[in-house]
Ligand binder design. Structure first.
Ligand SMILES: Nc1ncnc2c1ncn2[C@@H]1O[C@H](COP(=O)(O)OP(=O)(O)OP(=O)(O)O)[C@@H](O)[C@H]1O
Ligand SMILES: [Mg+2]
Length: 348
């Protein structure tokens, strides 16, 4: 499932344009199993992307273009993704029919479920119970404002890249989770990506996304608060948030802030309690650069009372030697989930 796609290749370059860091993963698909060939993390200017909006597309495009040159990534065909407020992922029910027939009527179905102007929407869908026999079938509907996809493509083209697929953030994360933690595809699992600006909550029921939600929480605001409230310099705050310098006096501050994410996850999962199935969250996987915030993972596990673990993109997936020179793979693992998930795609 993708909002846009062409081509088929042996290697895939996944590009995650985060608000704090650009992440690139190159995956080689020529062997029996996909293998990570290259990993790049590059800091973006402080206010280059704010609330998901690229403030100066020209500058960001130039940064990406230069990064590919400097890192010697010659393949300019990339897989990227979109997410955020202008994208909706929704499980719906509709009359059972063939996929080709569903394609004809999905726009009418979507009208009942999508609060966007249908003239400006790009749609995709997947039948999630293709073997089902009832009169109704379960469909995962994706609707993105056309502008969201078009702006992304335009930005990438300005960076001299050729987007092959524009995927959905949540699905790319899902891909990474599935290959590294197959057990996450059973029962109800939560995948929470804590980034620079946004924390993205995804709930999966037997591997099918049933809810995705963004919480505005991330290391950016934590850093600003540490600077403002504790008089820290930006670099000091950064070191604390990466867990490089631990300061006991900040324990309470960080614990309190972790409760914010906890509340957000609780709100997002509240619907599970009201469902007839009555199943509750079984496991929680945390990823994104924010997992390094001291005490965060522990505080969430304690508050939510579920088995919680940090998810790495390389738990199972093999990384070729030299893929990320001078970088600590273990530290990169959670941060690369999205980029790796994108690079796992072979354009079909
Ligand atoms: N190896 C690392 N290099 C850089 N930052 C790291 C590293 N490990 C953890 N961090 C932290 O991760 C944060 C960035 O996380 P991440 O890359 O997930 O955010 P993002 O994808 O840019 O943001 P968003 O998804 O909200 O747009 C940094 O602000 C920093 O605090
Ligand atoms: Mg991110």
């Amino acid at each position: 499932m993708a909002l846009f796609g062409i081509g088929r290749k042996k290697k895939t370059v996944g590009l995650d344009l985060g608000s704090g860091f650009i992440k690139v993963a190159v995956i080689d698909h020529s062997g029996d199993e996909p293998e990570v060939e290259r990993l790049v993390v590059h800091r973006l200017g402080a206010d280059a992307i704010v609330e998901g909006e690229v403030m100066d597309p020209g500058l960001v495009a130039e940064t990406i273009d230069k990064l590919f040159v400097e890192e010697g990534i010659h393949d300019r065909d990339v897989v990227a993704s979109v997410g955020g407020r202008d994208l909706i992922i929704k499980p719906i029910q509709m009359d059972r029919m063939k996929k080709s027939d569903a394609r004809e009527v999905i726009r009418w179905e979507a009208e009942q479920h999508v609060p966007f102007d249908m003239d400006d929407v790009q749609l995709d869908f997947e039948i999630t119970d293709p073997e089902g026999e009832g009169l109704q079938m379960s469909v995962l509907l994706v609707a993105a404002k056309r502008e969201l996809v078009e702006n992304k493509v335009a930005l990438l083209e300005e960076a001299n890249l050729a987007p092959q697929i524009i995927d959905v953030d949540a699905f790319a994360l899902h891909n990474s989770l599935e290959i590294n933690y197959p057990e996450a595809m059973k029962g109800i699992s939560g995948l929470v990506a804590i980034g620079h600006e946004t924390t993205n909550v995804n709930i999966l029921e037997d591997g099918v996304p049933v809810l995705t939600r963004d919480i505005s929480f991330g290391t950016r605001r934590l850093s600003l608060d540490l600077q403002r409230e504790r008089g820290m310099l930006a670099e000091e705050a950064e070191a604390v948030l990466r867990g490089d310098s631990v300061d006991e006096r900040l324990r309470n501050f960080l614990y309190e802030r972790a409760q914010e994410v906890g509340r957000g996850i609780e709100r997002a999962t509240a619907f599970l309690e009201t469902q007839e199935v009555g199943e509750s969250l079984g496991r929680l996987y945390l990823c994104g650069g924010g997992v390094r915030v001291p005490g965060l993972v522990e505080a969430l596990a304690e508050r939510l009372g579920v088995e919680t673990r940090v998810a790495s993109s390389f738990e199972v997936l093999h990384v070729k030697p030299g893929a990320a020179e001078g970088e600590d793979l273990q530290q990169m693992g959670p941060m690369m989930m999205l980029a790796v998930g994108l690079a796992l795609r072979t354009a079909a």
